[in-house]
Ligand binder design. Sequence first.
Ligand code: SF4
Length: 88
Amino acid sequence: MISATGRRPAAAAPTLVSPSDPQAQTLGYVPVSSQADATKYKNHAASQNCSNCALYAGKAGEASGPCPLFAGRLVSAKGWCSAWAKKA
Ligand code: SF4
């Protein structure tokens, strides 16, 4: 059951981060990199996405994976946020 705060019980499977989530709004997260706000985020480049971000913890080839900035949830491999950093 989902509580009034919208949080699921800890045992529930991780859900994808929604772009309307407050943390996503703060970071400018979008599930598809090309949807990033180019006016607001001038350093955004089309080649940047979660799967080539240093913080992304998903497996290669999977559609989504964990990111420490969205603990307990999943970000889209094709997504992007303003904390993007080049993977070494
Ligand atoms: Fe994606 Fe990196 Fe932002 Fe996490 S920090 S949401 S992996 S771009």
